[in-house]
Design a protein around this ligand. Structure first.
Ligand code: 4AD
Ligand code: MG
Length: 464
């Protein structure tokens, strides 16, 4: 069987052994001395492994000398200590099979060494072959596993909340509607398609914007729970931080208040950043060198739990006092805009900021009313370079106050089951949502959220 290049480069196999690798050619270089060097990658590691190919091989003239970047190959040979700089091991090839050729190397869409991220979005099916997207993919995988491990180690249950739902958890009206097509009346024209589209089994239903309401019901029985899955928002914003389809992690804890929630958020982020620092050394070194020079420093700040907490009211007074002028004027009661969030964490503090206790009128119905009756127990974690990365709150566990809040926001009886949770054994509880792609942008320094998810869904994106 083939060995992964990561294993070979890590020294898991002793030199002198015969090994086989399979992967894609990153580059080929021919020496006058009668051999060629091929760099092979298979996705397991940032670095490629070098194969030294002697001209004596049968297919050297006809195949090896034609095989360039992008071709797939299987190579068998002896693992030896590398004479060259940069890597400890290389393969002295005994056979090289070209498995798949590149049709026309001249027109191979990612033939050139460097491409802009904008261009790579137009070839989203090929961009995983680049260094950057390989690195993002590995970081994404390490983070996804770290998320599950963090919760598993702490006795949280993973709840698979539904993607099709009747409720608008955030009340922001950014829902995608789900309908069924009556296939017995196959549409003949585009207009017909609209006529035959029906609500899902006669009820209005949507793609979920958040698993929170459902996960709360499991929290009221299993104490510590979380969701981790896709969520959908019909965002009309074409920004570098919004996707129409993104992944969200939503823990929910019982017998907990807003401070417990903030503690959990900080501890969770610190764990994730420590894990990625430990497991993605080579990939992070690449991001730190080519994407964002402050990458490693930023990761360490979060790993070391350097967060600053402040109330919304304090944040507003900081924003009012600064000499900096904002596009969107600041006064108590506004929803903080991205420019305000970034000023707070980037210029004022220089570390992530947890803003707490927002005005009730700009927040969702489920957030717990504070004693001042003007603010709710909400929190956002703001990250330098990104802005909001986490949104969370303590939930309103008192039925009478919840009823009043829902009535105020025009929410009717459809959430009867959510109210039941306050009727039978209610307890103070809290939770938050971490946008998985915002997390990856934050970790890697990648500026556009479209570049940290394999196939971004945004208005007008390429149809992959
Ligand atoms: O602040 P949000 O809307 O909070 C909720 O959905 C709560 N129900 C979470 C909870 O308390 N369980 O969204 C949470 C996070 C944001 O902080 C952001 O990181 C991310 O989800 N997010 C998006 N990420 C990418 N594209 C979008 N359009 C996003 N909208 C929110
Ligand atoms: Mg939010």
């Amino acid at each position: 069987a083939a060995t992964s290049i990561k294993q070979l480069l890590a020294g898991s196999i002793a030199t002198g052994n015969t090994v086989r690798v399979q992967g894609w050619v990153r580059s080929r270089r021919d020496s006058k001395g009668g051999f060629s060097f091929m760099a092979i990658h298979d996705g397991s590691s940032f670095d490629a492994i070098q194969a030294v190919i002697p001209a004596e091989l049968d297919n050297y003239q006809d195949e090896i000398l034609q095989a360039g970047a992008g071709c797939s190959v299987k190579i068998t040979g002896e693992l030896v200590a590398s004479q060259g700089k940069g890597q400890a091991f290389e393969i002295q090839a005994q056979s090289v099979d070209v498995v798949g050729w590149v049709d026309d190397p001249e027109s191979y869409p990612i033939a050139k060494k460097r491409h802009s991220f904008e261009y790579l979005r137009t070839v989203a099916h090929l961009r995983p072959r680049t260094n950057t997207f390989g690195a993002i993919t590995r970081v994404r995988t390490v983070l996804a596993n770290a998320i599950h491990n963090y919760f598993f180690e702490r006795e949280f249950q993973w709840i698979n909340t539904p993607l099709i739902t009747a409720s608008d958890c955030e009340g922001a009206g950014e829902l995608f509607r789900v309908s069924t097509l009556d296939l017995t009346h196959l549409p003949r024209t585009e207009n017909d398609a609209i006529d035959f589209a029906q609500d899902f089994f006669g009820e209005e239903s949507f793609l979920t914007v958040s698993g929170q309401l459902n996960v709360e019901s499991y929290c009221m029985a299993l104490s510590k729970v979380y969701t981790f899955g896709p969520t959908f928002r019909a965002e009309n914003s074409n920004t570098s931080r919004h996707l129409a389809e993104f992944w969200m992690v939503e823990p929910e804890i019982a017998f907990a208040d807003l401070n417990d929630d903030a503690d959990l958020a900080e501890d969770f982020l610190s764990y994730l950043f420590n894990t990625v620092l430990e497991k993605c050394e080579d990939d992070l070194a690449f991001f730190n060198q080519f994407v964002d020079k402050t990458c490693l420093e930023r990761l360490q700040t979060v790993a070391d739990k350097n967060f600053v907490r402040m109330d919304y009211t304090e944040a507003v007074s900081i924003l009012e006092k600064t000499k900096k002028t904002f596009e969107y004027p600041v006064k108590w009661g506004i929803d903080l805009q991205s420019e305000h969030e970034r000023f707070l964490c980037e210029e004022h503090v220089g570390a992530p900021v947890v803003v707490m206790n927002y005005p009730k009128d700009i927040k969702a119905f489920y957030m717990r009313m504070n004693d001042d009756e003007k603010t709710v127990a909400a929190m956002d974690v703001l990250a330098p370079g990104i802005g909001e990365i986490i949104g969370g709150s303590q939930r309103e566990e008192r039925l009478d106050i919840l009823n009043a809040r829902m009535a105020e926001q025009g929410i009717g009886d459809e959430l009867w089951w959510y109210k039941d949770l306050r009727r039978y054994g209610t307890v103070p509880h809290a939770g938050f949502g971490l946008g998985f792609e915002r997390l990856i942008s934050y970790v890697t320094g990648m500026e556009n959220i479209r570049d940290v998810i394999p196939f971004p869904r945004t208005p007008g994106n390429a149809p992959f």
